[in-house]
Design a protein around this ligand. Structure first.
Ligand SMILES: [Fe+2]
Ligand SMILES: [Fe+2]
Length: 159
């Protein structure tokens, strides 16, 4: 759940940075709407962490800063690429959450409900970004994103 919380910290940073980067006000409004759902996710994962007596990642300021920088970089490539980055990010998060659902104890209904709802929301975010005109990112970029996500999830598991 700490890893999921870090993911949502990063989602805040990414959407905020990408909303700042676009010059299309309609797109900015849509990104801000997605960011509000990510704020819900952030709150759910945080309160579940508290219920479980676990602490959030100590590195959250670092995750936020890194994701914010990435969001700005993606934004500089223009809206279609920026949206492509959203699509790929949300897909990878969705896949991660699916994996987490499979590992979560069947009896942990509270965690399962949170993860399942977030997974649905992330899929909707990916679809929305796709409909806004996202381009498919090149394979090596996707692979680099997966590698970065792996470092993040592995580290956040412990710290
Ligand atoms: Fe989320
Ligand atoms: Fe999302």
């Amino acid at each position: 759940m700490r890893v999921n919380h870090v993911g949502e910290v990063c989602a805040q940073a990414l959407y905020t940075a990408q909303a700042m980067a676009t010059s299309d006000s309609a797109l900015r409004a849509k990104m801000e709407r997605a960011a509000r759902e990510e704020t819900d996710h952030l709150a759910w994962t945080r309160s579940r962490l508290d219920e479980l007596g676990a602490r959030p990642s100590l590195l959250n300021p670092l995750w936020y800063a890194g994701a914010f920088g990435l969001g700005l970089v993606a934004g500089r490539f223009g809206d279609p690429v920026s949206l492509g980055f959203v699509v790929e990010t949300e897909r990878q998060v969705e896949a991660h959450l699916q994996g987490h659902l499979e590992r979560l104890p069947a009896g942990d209904h509270a965690s399962r409900a949170i993860v399942a709802q977030m997974k649905d929301d992330e899929a909707a975010h990916a679809l929305a970004a796709q409909q806004e005109g996202a381009v498919e990112l090149p394979g090596p970029v996707k692979a680099a994103m997966r590698a970065a996500a792996k470092v993040m999830t592995t580290t956040a598991h412990y710290v």
